[in-house]
Design a protein around this ligand. Structure first.
Ligand code: NDP
Ligand code: OXD
Length: 313
């Protein structure tokens, strides 16, 4: 059965090469070239052009090549076909590496040491241990749970917040809007791994930052966001950094992307910026899994990574 590859914002060539090499029993089409829309049964996509999927009359399933589906669901013409997203250990481990790196970077005061190094200053700083710090993870899905596990192993006190309660041994589990204030009040380092939906857009704002613990072992709380840029207000982050409500931030995602050159975030001494690379989708890591998903779907199996259009993730 024919698969259409429609990838925008990433180089499509290695995706096409992998799909063609591993999907030997398939016809693999490139959406940039002329093709017969009626031939396409499956589409493997990242940010496809709005309207493209609606133009495929025999489409049976949509396979999103990343974990987040906000860009896909924003297409008002999206056909009513099942959507599957990436839930692959390759992507999950990459995210856990980035989250752990950022938590440790702030916890071990690397922004201050890097500034001191530039000034040739030998200046040891007081250092809390991991066991004295409370990490709070917003979004306890595939990614949040893996980060939680690693951070707990490093000794941090970890809590998670999600729509439904997600319990794990050693984790303090909070759920729903009514438990959000208590979750924030015990959080020194806030890690955000939420999807962007109608319910979460703009959630990282001044009001929320003001509810984070202000009595932690690091002084002011730290914000680490790898979810989506639409979750955060840049102006509110800057204001909270200025008045000390936040002590630092690591941001991998922005709206729009790339972050505009004139944004004061770029040069802020307490901000770490990475260009949406915390958990890259790679053809090497993911294509064989997507082909397996397509085969399982064809065989009538229920896949756990189907997107719920009502909740938007
Ligand atoms: P999952 O769907 O597995 O997990 C989402 C989590 O968020 C769940 O725990 C869910 O709660 C929770 N959640 C959703 N809506 C709400 C809400 N309104 N209130 C409280 N909790 C909520 O997603 P993943 O872990 O796979 O990925 C999370 C996000 O990470 C992606 O959607 C994407 O935006 C981002 N991402 C970013 C990347 C990057 O490179 N920067 C790479 C990959 C992903 P519940 O458990 O109750 O369902
Ligand atoms: C994703 C991403 O959602 O890379 O997978 O942002």
């Amino acid at each position: 059965m024919t698969i259409l590859i429609a990838v925008q914002g990433w180089d499509p060539a290695p995706w096409l090469e992998r799909f063609r090499r591993l999907g030997v029993d398939r016809t693999v089409l490139d959406a940039r070239e002329p093709f017969d829309p009626a031939a396409v049964r499956y589409a493997a996509v990242w940010k496809p052009k709005p309207g493209l999927l609606a133009s495929l009359p025999n489409l049976k399933g949509i396979f999103n090549l990343g974990a987040g589906v906000d860009a896909l669901l924003a297409d008002k013409t999206l056909p009513d076909k099942p959507i599957f997203r990436i839930t692959n250990p390759d992507l999950t481990k990459r995210m856990t590496e980035w989250v752990t790196l950022q938590v440790l970077f702030h916890m071990r005061q690397m922004p201050a040491y890097m500034a001191n190094q530039k000034a040739r200053q030998w200046k040891p700083l007081d250092q809390p241990g991991a066991h004295e710090l409370r990490v709070g993870i917003m979004g306890m899905g595939i990614l949040g749970r893996d980060s939680a596990e690693v951070l707990m192993r490093l000794g941090f006190k970890v809590a998670g917040w999600s729509r439904s309660r997600q319990s794990m041994p050693g984790l303090e589990a909070f759920a729903g809007t009514e438990e959000l204030p208590a979750f924030l009040a015990r959080t020194d380092i806030l890690v955000v791994l939420l999807p962007l939906t109608e319910a979460t857009r703009g959630i990282l704002n001044r009001d929320l930052f003001g509810k984070l613990a202000q009595n932690g072992a690091m002084g002011a709380p730290i914000l680490i966001n790898a979810g989506r840029g639409g979750l955060q207000s840049e102006a509110d982050i800057l204001a909270a950094l200025e008045d000390g409500t936040l002590g630092g931030a690591s941001l991998d995602v922005f709206e729009p992307e790339p972050l505009r050159p004139e944004s004061p975030l770029w040069l802020h001494p307490k901000v770490i910026i990475t260009p949406h690379i915390s958990a890259d989708s790679t053809p090497d890591g993911l294509v064989s899994g997507v082909l397996k998903d397509i085969a399982a779907f064809e065989a009538g199996e229920t896949l756990p990574n189907e997107v719920d259009r009502k909740t938007g993730y």
